[in-house]
Design a protein around this ligand. Sequence first.
Ligand code: IDC
Length: 333
Amino acid sequence: MKRKGKLHLLELGLVALLIITSCLCHGNTAQASPVSSNGRLQVKGAQIVNKEGKPFVIKGVSTHGLSWYPQYVQKSAFQSLKKQGVNTIRLALYTEEYNGYCNSGKENQKKLEQLIDTGVREATSLGMYVIIDWHILSDGNPLTHKKEAKNFFKKIAKKYNSYTNVLYEICNEPNGDGGSWKNIKSYANAVIKSIRSVNKKAIIIVGTPTWSQDVDVAAGNPLKGSNIAYAFHFYASTHKDDLRNKLEGAVKGGLPVIVSEFGLSEASGNGTLDLKEANKWNKLLNRYKLGRVCWSLSNKDESSALLKPSCQKTGGWKQSDFSKAGKWLFKVY
Ligand code: IDC
């Protein structure tokens, strides 16, 4: 009797082991995703970390303007990007340019909000992170649309309060005299207050002066509060060593930075690509485990676009569908 009992226990143990291994394997293949493995991202010192406090590197792709290229905001596009190593989608909601959120009327606002909702839901179903980007550009002073921004962010922060994968970028690229750090701070304090009144934890990315290049200025006088990161943007064909030094100085000084937009082209979004400079940038970003998001997911006939102008597909892309920029990006991701 005794021997039989022992055998029984051994058998039970084996079955349990089999079940556990099968669950684990399944988890690692069919179900593991960036979000299921890393959970809610947080800011810890100068680093973006996962739920366990380990560094997490955002590898993102930004849409072009949502009003220009809505066709890429859907599952098959995001799924194809995920297969290329992309873990984050940035949804670029222009405030003023071409059917922008702030100057195109209520109907269009609704349409844009629906598009954002589709983007957030599809990214979530794939276990990807998603950045909702309030894309100021020609309106260089973020205070210009402060009221709209406060309402917008309060509304969506409430809507996505239970989502652990949504990040808020509150002013893409302040620029010009109105885009001073003083104005950005005043804007950011108001918008952050709106977001935090409904959502305590999501990471909020704040743009910096001179098209989100002056992270040194932000580092000298940062905002108060937790889970706040600062935007740094570069275009490899225009921006070189002096900007790399600026970024490195700020990060070394302890500023949490996310490269929430970059391109390999000139700052115009077009012109020659500089892959040599892009490789230098990539090395620097890797050295400090900095998050980065590439501009842009479109087939526009401009060199920063990640798809060839001839590519009409909105997902399921092959290597031959990617532009020179796209090929470089997905190789390094
Ligand atoms: C550019 C697009 C271009 C579009 C233009 C609108 O590539 O097709 O016509 O915006 O003004 C940025 C901005 C981003 C720019 C991009 C390239 O955040 O909106 O996109 N860029 O110029 N900052 C630096 C470069």
